[in-house]
Write a protein that binds this ligand. Structure first.
Ligand code: HEC
Ligand code: HEC
Ligand code: HEC
Ligand code: HEC
Ligand code: HEC
Ligand code: HEC
Length: 435
């Protein structure tokens, strides 16, 4: 019995033990699951934490400038809201991720915050960035947060740098030079006259010491009249000189414009300003000229691209609603805006933007000049065959990270010591530029 009694509890124990074990394991399981969930949440939180790492901030800045800056500023409302503090006001970081990747899907799902925001912004559609990884978006947020946490002077400085640009220099280089020359010549002329004046008065004083006849005195001390001034040699000289100088300037100006369209800046149907869009608001050239990276032609933006923003911005600081009204009208009547073409090579020549901008990495400004300072676009370069050739002789081919060039560079380096120029890859062959 005792053994039995000892056994029974044992049995009993063995009977309860599995229960206890079960109970124990299930509590442990729950506990561990909880710990795991907690760990995951906190890990997730950790992952969701906006980084202060300079590398992330820099990566974010690059992405922001290339993709978001057209519509967003950190501290300033633009086409979209100022993004400082989005991480606090939006429902969650995950919400931001989905919204950036595809805002219309979030809005379509009826999520209240998104719907409210969308209506607040006049149903302006934000671009979808479906190719963005979560990490990209976190980097952008890191940049926004770093920028938002910066002390104020940066924000205060922005409008002044934007607003106070230089007046668009309408005079091309040659006429600026000529003006300088003209002013220089006039200054020299005045100096000469002053020196002559001194000489004459010194001579008069010298002659006065001698005895003169009445006739000679009349010559030395003439009674000055307007008539005598007009007839005086000095006056005739000045008039001839000025006429010759102005004539010279006109002829040179004329010669500069024969056949060459440099400086051509026609009036456009809408007073579109690159100074405002590309300069002040720093909208990326590629946002509007969508062809530059892939195609021969850079393309002029369609009305739809203007409407991405002007759906929202209906008045301009300078022209009110007069000019923007024309965009809206063109959009509503479905009529394209008839922009006047400025840069135009003859049909016999072939020029490809993607080759120069994407493959060679040449900046737009190298060929088009400081477009972002121009209220009215003007042709900056000559666009002659000599201009193309000259650059192909001088410019190194951008071979970095381009496997296509590896073999060519090797062959080139065997025969020559200088870096490979465009000339060396056939950039001077007639058939490359002529159909
Ligand atoms: C074409 C203009 C446009 C571009 C480009 C754009 N956005 Fe937006 N964004 C908007 C508009 C407009 C809204 C307001 C909501 C709406 O109308 O859909 C918005 C809203 C947002 C919001 C929510 C803001 C808030 O206050 O809750 C975030 C976050 C955001 N954008 C991030 C980005 C990021 C990041 C990029 C770049 C990768 C970007 N946006 C590029 C126009 C744009
Ligand atoms: C908001 C849209 C927008 C942005 C951003 C923009 N452009 Fe333009 N661009 C236009 C429009 C519209 C025209 C045609 C009207 C005109 O000539 O002003 C044009 C014309 C031009 C032309 C002359 C085209 C011709 O007819 O020969 C050049 C060159 C040019 N842009 C270069 C640039 C460069 C470089 C940048 C960046 C610094 C830039 N654009 C940014 C809209 C834009
Ligand atoms: C990415 C946004 C964006 C795009 C795209 C855009 N604009 Fe603008 N536009 C602006 C902003 C911002 C202003 C400044 C509004 C102000 O003065 O407050 C502006 C102002 C203007 C003005 C008025 C300037 C003034 O001060 O009176 C005109 C005209 C204009 N844009 C024409 C165009 C045309 C034409 C296109 C298409 C080729 C275009 N915009 C595309 C953002 C944009
Ligand atoms: C190597 C010189 C060069 C560079 C770099 C360059 N362009 Fe051009 N661009 C030209 C020439 C040449 C033309 C005239 C092309 C023609 O008539 O076929 C032109 C024409 C244009 C035009 C009007 C005609 C068209 O192709 O749609 C626009 C807009 C333009 N460029 C914008 C840009 C922008 C934006 C960039 C920078 C992203 C850029 N260009 C970079 C030389 C250049
Ligand atoms: C700012 C300097 C610059 C100017 C100006 C310029 N190019 Fe180029 N061009 C280059 C560079 C750099 C390359 C090499 C691109 C590459 O790596 O394929 C190139 C390549 C080319 C090629 C391809 C050559 C080949 O062998 O693959 C053609 C065609 C061409 N350019 C035509 C023109 C024409 C036409 C003009 C004048 C309207 C012009 N370029 C003006 C810099 C320039
Ligand atoms: C890098 C590009 C490039 C190369 C290489 C090139 N050309 Fe040209 N060529 C041009 C351009 C651009 C024009 C148009 C210039 C203009 O409108 O002023 C032109 C114009 C011409 C014209 C017409 C001149 C005129 O007054 O209308 C002739 C002829 C010509 N090229 C012949 C040649 C011959 C021959 C070769 C080979 C030895 C050659 N080109 C190589 C770019 C090139």
């Amino acid at each position: 019995m005792s053994s039995d009694s000892r056994f029974v509890p044992l049995v009993l124990k063995t009977d309860t033990e599995p229960n206890m074990i079960k109970h124990f394991t299930s509590t442990a399981c729950k506990f561990f699951t909880l710990v795991l969930v907690f760990a995951l949440i906190s890990f997730n939180n950790y992952a969701q934490e906006i980084s202060k790492d300079p590398a992330a901030i820099n990566a974010g800045q690059a992405l922001f400038n290339a993709n978001c800056k057209a519509c967003h500023r950190v501290q300033q409302k633009l086409v979209g809201p100022a993004l400082a503090g989005v991480y606090d006001r939006t429902p969650s970081i995950d919400w931001i991720k989905s919204f950036v990747k595809n805002s219309s899907a979030v809005i379509a799902s009826g999520e209240p915050y998104a719907v409210k925001l969308y209506n607040e912004y006049n149903k302006t559609q934000m671009t979808a960035f479906s190719s963005f990884k979560d990490e990209d978006i976190m980097n952008i947020l890191a940049y926004i947060k770093a920028e938002a946490d910066k002390p104020a002077p940066d924000a205060a400085a922005q409008p002044t740098t934007g607003g106070g640009g230089q007046p668009a220099a309408n005079a091309g280089l040659p006429s600026t030079y000529l003006n300088v020359i003209l002013v220089g010549m006039i200054i020299i002329l005045i100096l000469l006259l002053i020196v002559l004046g001194f000489l004459v008065s010194a001579l008069k004083r010298f002659i006065d010491q001698k005895t003169l006849t009445e006739e000679d005195k009349e010559v030395v001390h003439p009674t000055v009249t307007t008539g005598s001034i007009f007839k005086s040699r000095g006056f005739v000289f000045i008039v001839v000189f000025l006429t010759a100088a102005l004539g010279f300037k006109a002829v040179i100006n004329g010669l500069y414009s024969v056949g060459v369209q440099q400086g051509y800046a026609p009036k456009q149907p809408i007073a579109f300003s690159h100074k405002i869009h590309a300069g002040q608001y720093e909208i990326d050239c590629k946002y509007c000229h969508v062809g530059v990276m892939k195609n021969k032609s850079a393309t002029i933006p369609s009305v739809n691209i203007c409407m991405n923003c002007h759906n929202q911005i209906k008045t301009g600081t300078i022209t009110g609603d007069a000019e923007i009204g024309k965009i809206v009208k063109a959009y509503e009547t479905n009529k394209p805006i008839e922009w006047v073409r400025i840069h135009n090579l003859p049909d016999l020549a072939y020029f490809n933007h993607a080759q120069h901008v994407n493959v060679a990495g040449v900046e737009c400004q190298t060929c088009h000049g400081p477009i972002e300072t121009m209220d009215v676009v003007r042709q900056h370069s000559l666009l002659t065959m000599g201009w193309c050739i000259d650059c192909h002789r001088k410019t190194d081919v951008n071979t970095k990270g381009n496997a296509y060039y590896d073999n060519l560079v090797e062959i080139h380096n065997q025969s020559k010591k200088t870096p490979m120029k465009v000339e060396d890859i056939g950039g001077l062959e007639c058939s490359k530029c002529h159909y």
